[in-house]
Design a protein around this ligand. Structure first.
Ligand code: DGT
Ligand code: CA
Length: 358
């Protein structure tokens, strides 16, 4: 089955984080500075789009940025721990929707969208991810979706800020042919110079040459990789590197219901699926949550945290049943979608292993 990959990139990230805590600067040019020990020196880490309109750019010396700045431009020293904290919260949201998330920088991650299959499901998941990042954290991001990393990354950067763009395999040839070679992963100023020498400006120009030509220009590995990229080929997979903070499974039940026995069947199914997953990861969890989406598309979450890790599938199910009973007692709504979530993980300490080895 063909894979689907997303690349999420937060917009003008450090500047957006600063605007979050100082909303009064929102419409002004905002420039984030990496200070240096020397007085009045330093470099620009990033800036918002208002500052980019003044031609201020990442990597630029502070002295030059000050010359380009307007009187209302706001300069702020970078606060990395604060940005890292926000970054962690962003990718926890992505973790919630996807099992495989590969964070590649403080504000970028690839994630696997192959399940449930199909580009329209992938788009729907990305809409939800964007909505939650905006609602819970107040941030915008741009997401590119395609069948490999190369295309996902290129696509994410063409509709910035706040973009969501999907390119299927069928659409990819036309999309790629119009792109400049500099949009390809790994093409920096040096490679651009070499391409220029041979009259290659667009990705489609590469196709006029043979693989051996690119190998002779860029060496075996890079030449061959760039040649494949021109045809939209990229075998790199999403390599998960994030410690999961939680795991969950959700489904839409066959019909909206308030019947305990009927909803319980879905909870059993989800709990079993999730528990097998947890066993494979050798994790232990203390918090169990039941997520209900009602017929009015409201989401309600009920949780219970124990002092010791949950010891069996039966215990997980029993807690979920109790949470479902609480929901039915407290609400008159119908259940449309139901989800089971576990979180608050403990690492496997060996002696606990036997509790799971049944
Ligand atoms: P974007 O994605 O074009 O809307 O803007 P940013 O600011 O998110 O840019 P990006 O994704 O290349 O980088 C993410 C963060 O990494 C950015 O907010 C600040 C930091 N960063 C980027 N480039 C530089 C740099 O040249 N120097 C330093 N110190 N930090 C940088
Ligand atoms: Ca970014």
């Amino acid at each position: 089955m063909q894979g689907i990959i997303g690349l999420l990139d937060l917009d003008y990230f450090y500047a957006q984080c600063e605007i979050l805590r100082k909303p009064e600067i929102k419409s002004k040019p905002v420039v984030i500075v990496m200070p240096s020990l020397r007085e009045n020196s330093g470099a620009i880490a990033t800036c918002n789009y208002e500052a980019r309109a003044l031609k201020i750019r990442s990597g630029m010396p502070l002295s030059l940025a000050k010359k380009l700045a307007s009187f209302e431009t706001v300069f702020i020293n970078a606060d990395k721990p604060y940005y890292e904290d926000i970054s962690q919260k962003v990718f926890e949201i992505v973790d919630f929707f996807c099992d495989k998330v590969e964070q590649v920088s403080i504000d970028e991650a690839y994630f696997d969208l192959s399940n449930p299959s199909g580009f329209s499901s992938a788009r729907a998941v990305c809409v939800k991810i964007k909505q939650r990042i905006r609602a819970e954290l107040g941030l915008t991001c741009s997401i590119g979706v395609s069948y490999n990393k190369l295309l996902a990354k290129m696509i994410a950067s063409i509709k910035k800020p706040d973009g969501l763009f999907v390119v299927t395999q069928e659409e990819s040839e036309l999309f790629l042919s119009k792109q400049k070679v500099t949009a390809l992963f790994g093409v920096g100023p040096k490679s651009e110079e070499i391409f220029k020498k041979y009259g290659v400006q667009l990705v489609s120009d590469i196709k006029k040459f043979k693989r051996e030509d690119l190998v002779s220009w860029f060496g075996e590995a890079n030449g061959s990789k760039l040649f494949d990229f021109a045809f939209g080929k990229d075998e790199r997979v999403v390599d998960p590197n994030r410690e999961k903070q939680q795991l969950s499974r959700m489904i839409t039940i066959k019909q909206d219901s308030r019947d305990f026995e009927f909803v319980r069947q879905s909870i059993d199914f989800l709990s079993e699926m999730l528990y097998n997953n947890i066993l494979g990861l050798k994790k232990h969890f203390k918090t169990v949550s039941l997520i209900i989406v009602t017929e009015k598309i409201e989401t309600l979450t009920k949780s219970r945290t124990l002092s010791q890790p949950i010891e069996s599938l039966m215990d997980l199910k029993q807690i979920e049943y109790a949470l479902l009973k609480d929901f039915l007692n407290e609400s008159h709504s119908l259940v449309r979608r139901v989800g089971v979530r576990v979180s608050n993980f403990d690492e496997d300490t060996g002696f606990q292993q036997k509790l799971f080895d049944f």
